[in-house]
Design a protein around this ligand. Structure first.
Ligand code: FAD
Length: 309
């Protein structure tokens, strides 16, 4: 590396450390009225933190198409948040998927999370002959609809169906090369695994942000089931921290908070300044972690964070 390149690299690294922290929050479409009330009180609680965007998932097997749409509509109508719908290739033709995207575009949505998607639990994904087979195909297809900002998924511990980590990384790069500008990771608990993955992405020539997906643990057994399904390792030290507090909700919440805060602080120490929180439609832990990271609620007369910078 010559002297100028070395200087540029130092400046780039310092810029990263000085950049403001940005967060995004993920919600899922509620299944009943009670869950809907919880979701909306969470959105109201988290909105003043001025997330860069809030995303809304698309259920496995494309099962929440209408409900995803309804949540996105309500966010657009009732808040000043940037709503980002997830869109998947499962169980739909290319035309159907692109029609949904056209509808979003016509309503002013300019950012989507483009995914292959998960099939119904216990089944294997098979692409429809008239459908998109992989997220990379969806990324290409969406660009025929409009100049969307596109985020995609990334897997620090490798996607469970991929034959190797390198294979998976090659296809992540293909999604970025096809036009995605951000990858959001599957949740992870071993922060070093994420950091090694990010280094491998950089070495592979991926310049897009690899935004860590942070899952504040609300219920440990539920999290274990999620983790098993998506191949996320649970370190023995984490199991140890939660041992013996099954009936002690207050302590569990403090343990969860402390663990997630350690994760984000370690990531910040490595120059990461963009975080995506899997809120599971709850606000308490995500709000507390953001607060501890120095993110404060906007005063009512302040402009949105993006406009203020
Ligand atoms: C941030 C985030 C949000 C998510 N939101 C949702 C959601 O809302 N709804 C939902 O159903 N699921 C969601 N998921 C889960 C995701 O849909 C699953 O993990 C799914 O199994 C893979 O989706 P993908 O977009 O990563 O697929 P892809 O990038 O298409 O990869 C799928 C598999 O195929 C391989 N592959 C990719 N391209 C090719 C190719 N061209 N040829 C051969 N092999 C290839 C990859 O290595 C990988 O093993 C989300 C995941 C994350 C990380």
């Amino acid at each position: 590396m010559n002297e100028q390149a070395a200087k540029d690299r130092v400046v780039e690294t310092l810029d990263k450390f000085n950049a403001p922290v940005e967060v995004s929050f993920e919600f899922f479409p509620p299944g009943n009225a009670e869950m809907e009330a919880t979701l909306w009180s969470s959105i109201q609680r988290l909105a003043p933190l001025r997330p860069r965007f809030v995303s809304v998932t698309y259920g496995a097997d494309g099962s929440t198409r209408e409900r995803t749409h309804n949540v996105v509509t309500r966010i657009l109508n009732e808040t000043s948040l940037t709503a980002v719908p997830h869109l998947t290739c499962v169980n739909a033709s290319r035309d159907e998927v692109l029609d949904i995207a056209r509808n979003y575009w016509s309503r002013g949505i300019r950012h989507l999370v483009a995914l292959r998607g998960d099939p119904a639990p216990g089944t294997k994904f098979t692409a429809r002959p008239d459908g998109f087979a992989y997220a990379v195909d969806l990324v290409k297809g969406l660009q025929t609809v409009g100049d969307f900002e596109l985020s995609v998924a990334a897997y620090p511990e490798t996607h469970p169906e991929a034959p190797s980590a390198q294979f998976d990384l090659d296809y992540l790069k293909a999604k970025i090369d096809a036009g995605a500008t951000r990858a959001i990771t599957q949740f992870f608990f071993d922060t070093d695994t994420y950091l090694r993955f990010r280094d491998r992405c950089v070495a592979a020539g991926i310049k897009a942000s690899i935004v860590p997906g942070i899952l504040p643990i609300t219920r440990f057994p539920q999290m274990q089931r999620f983790a098993q399904r998506c191949g996320t390792a649970i370190p023995a030290s984490l199991i140890e921290r939660f041992a013996g507090i099954d009936d002690d909700a207050a302590t569990r919440q403090m343990v969860s908070f402390a663990f997630a805060l350690e994760q984000v602080q370690k990531l910040q120490a490595h120059g990461i300044n963009e975080f995506h929180f899997y809120t599971l439609n709850r606000s308490e832990l995500t709000f507390a972690i953001c607060h501890a990271m120095g993110i404060r609620s906007a005063q009512e007369d302040e402009p949105p964070r993006a406009a203020a910078m």
